[in-house]
Design a protein around this ligand. Structure first.
Ligand code: F6P
Length: 551
């Protein structure tokens, strides 16, 4: 097995340590002394303009980060990923989400199989299904066209589809809506189905493994609701499941066991990680909602960023530079969290989506060869759309005691251009995006506060130190292509960080223990005394309290 390079022993790490030790953040000074700074650190990435200039970046820092990438062989590991090598070592799998968006006619043989051909065959099947639903050719059991598509999945089989659905609302076909059931909290399913008409509802059960407790439980509850609701209307349930339940999975045998006709199942492959799967058949709900053409544009966005990531040198490679900057903040400035703040209401689920992508990928304490990591890994990613966040948590970013690097995502053209009197509301919105990044970078000095006539004793409370690093990403609009570009950007940022830390960013063993324990504790919750007594004292007390209060 190829051993990970210990980044902390590289010459570049030594250089970065020295640079950090002598580094005094001064973004005001950096811009004052270098009129070219914004141009030098501004990059094109497909449709995106990425401004890195408000970061703790100097040419020396950038060069050392680029050397680090080379010394831990990010380019080599990237090439290995694109080529289908088994870089997911702990699961002995290729990592080929990039093959999901390769152009038709390309070919990539992995483990004896042309994966690009497989991808396009599945896409065609998904598109044919989507077209039938969208045109009304696919009908429910009583001949009515489908109006609501309910995606049942969790984690990667939910977060990507729901995020993209929310982002692309203006592209959704009139007369169609999607809903998403994920939580095993029975209220989730109950609330999502309670006002639905079973005759016009189609369920997509999305689960890579088709063993996930939440998804299978929700799928059974949805099936029970559906059959009951039909019966309540006096409609025969014969043949109804085939018309109202389809599945997305790598385990087509399990889909059949559940009672779904394999003809109505869309497959994918073990080399697609759940959190990297929104552009596989897991996006079937999206292909139905926004249509195959928009889904193709979505894929083209990923492809644009993949081509950039695969071919650019580290010094001009935007996802790599952003990943390396994250390492700079995480390991040298000890920034434990990273905010992602979309100034686009349509992207309101993007931070939640990124939480799985980044934290399930890089929340690891051992490297891919089983040895302990040698430095901090995995930041906490979080965020909310602006301007809402400005009235909630920005105070802590501006004036708190911890460094929180933030990515701001702004959009040039709104789907709805609206005026408030003479004011273009979108421009007011964008002004907030720009104001925040400027305030974070440049702050407000005591003298500036005093010049406003502030009483001396209040001055310290009103000073902004500035020097809070941000990256600004400007997109022309929230289009299918842009959403694909944004996702691929963060996939490759996550990859870059994982390689520097020497970890397997594609396994997720840390979610297993809780799943097992839940099954072991369930009998105790349900009243099995022996199982209850086998639990720790705290868990026992909680269960006894629960059982006493449950009515
Ligand atoms: O939370 C663990 C996990 O395995 C995720 O990685 C995955 O996206 C999710 O569960 C759902 O898994 P599946 O698609 O197999 O139901």
């Amino acid at each position: 097995m190829l051993k990970p390079v210990d980044a902390t022993t590289t010459p570049a790490w030594t250089t970065l340590t020295a640079l950090h030790d002598s580094f005094t953040p001064d973004l005001r000074g950096a811009f004052d002394t270098d009129p070219e700074r914004a141009q030098r650190y501004g990059f094109e990435l497909g449709d995106l303009y990425v401004d890195l200039s408000k970061n703790f970046l100097t040419d020396e820092v950038r060069d050392a980060l680029v050397e680090l990438a080379e010394q831990v062989d990010v380019p080599g590991r990237r090439d290995a990923m694109f080529a289908g090598e088994h870089i997911n070592v702990t699961e002995d799998r290729a990592v080929l989400h990039t093959a999901l968006r390769r152009a038709e006619g390309d070919s990539l043989t992995v483990d004896g199989q042309d994966v690009v051909k497989d991808v396009h065959e599945t896409l065609e099947k998904v598109y044919a299904f989507a077209r039938r639903v969208r045109s009304g050719e696919w009908t429910g059991v009583t001949g009515k066209r489908i109006e609501t598509v309910v995606n049942i999945g969790i984690g990667g089989s939910d977060l990507g589809p729901v995020m993209v659905y929310e982002a692309l609302k203006p592209y959704v076909q009139e007369g169609l809506t999607a809903r998403f059931i994920s939580n095993i909290d029975p209220n989730d399913c109950a609330e999502k189905v309670k006002d639905l008409n079973p005759e016009t509802t189609l369920f997509i059960i999305a689960s890579k493994t088709f063993t996930t407790l939440e998804t299978l439980t929700n799928a059974r509850m949805a099936r029970d609701w559906f059959l009951g609701a039909l019966e309540a209307k006096g409609i025969s349930t014969d043949g109804a499941i085939a018309k109202h339940f389809v599945a997305v999975s790598t385990a087509l045998d399990k889909v059949e066991e559940f009672g779904i006709d394999p003809v109505n199942a869309f497959g994918f492959w073990s080399w697609v990680g759940g959190r990297y799967s929104v552009d596989s058949a897991v996006g079937t709900v999206l292909a139905v909602a926004v249509g195959p053409e928009a889904f193709e544009e979505f894929l083209s966005g990923f492809r644009t960023v993949d081509e950039h990531f695969a071919t650019k040198t580290p010094a001009e490679n935007v996802p790599m530079l952003m990943g390396l900057l994250n390492v700079w903040y995480r390991n040298f400035f000890k920034a434990a969290t990273h905010a992602v703040l979309p100034y686009a209401q349509y992207l309101h689920r993007f931070p939640a989506y990124l939480q799985q992508l980044t934290m399930e990928s890089n929340g690891k304490s051992v490297r891919w060869d089983g040895t302990p990591v040698t430095t901090e890994t995995g930041e906490v990613f979080w965020g909310e759309p602006g301007t809402n966040g400005q009235h909630a948590f920005y105070q802590l970013i501006h004036q708190g005691t911890q460094l929180i690097p933030a990515d701001f995502i702004g959009v040039v053209n709104p789907a709805h251009a609206t005026k408030d009197g003479d004011t273009d509301v979108h421009e007011l919105f964008l002004a907030n995006f720009l104001a925040q990044t400027a305030a974070l970078a440049f702050g407000k000095t005591a003298d500036e506060v005093r010049a406003e006539g502030t009483a001396e004793e209040i001055v310290p409370a009103r000073v902004f130190t500035g020097n809070k690093p941000t990256t600004s990403i400007l997109a022309p609009e929230v289009s299918p292509k842009v959403v694909g570009e944004l996702i691929a950007l963060y996939e490759h940022i996550t990859f870059t960080e994982g390689i520097v830390w020497g970890i397997d960013s594609f396994d997720q063993w840390g979610v297993e223990l809780g799943k097992k324990l839940a099954l072991q504790i369930a009998p105790a919750v349900m009243g099995d005394e022996a199982a209850l007594e086998a639990q720790d004292a705290s868990t026992q007390a909680l269960i006894r309290r629960y059982r006493a209060e449950r009515h």
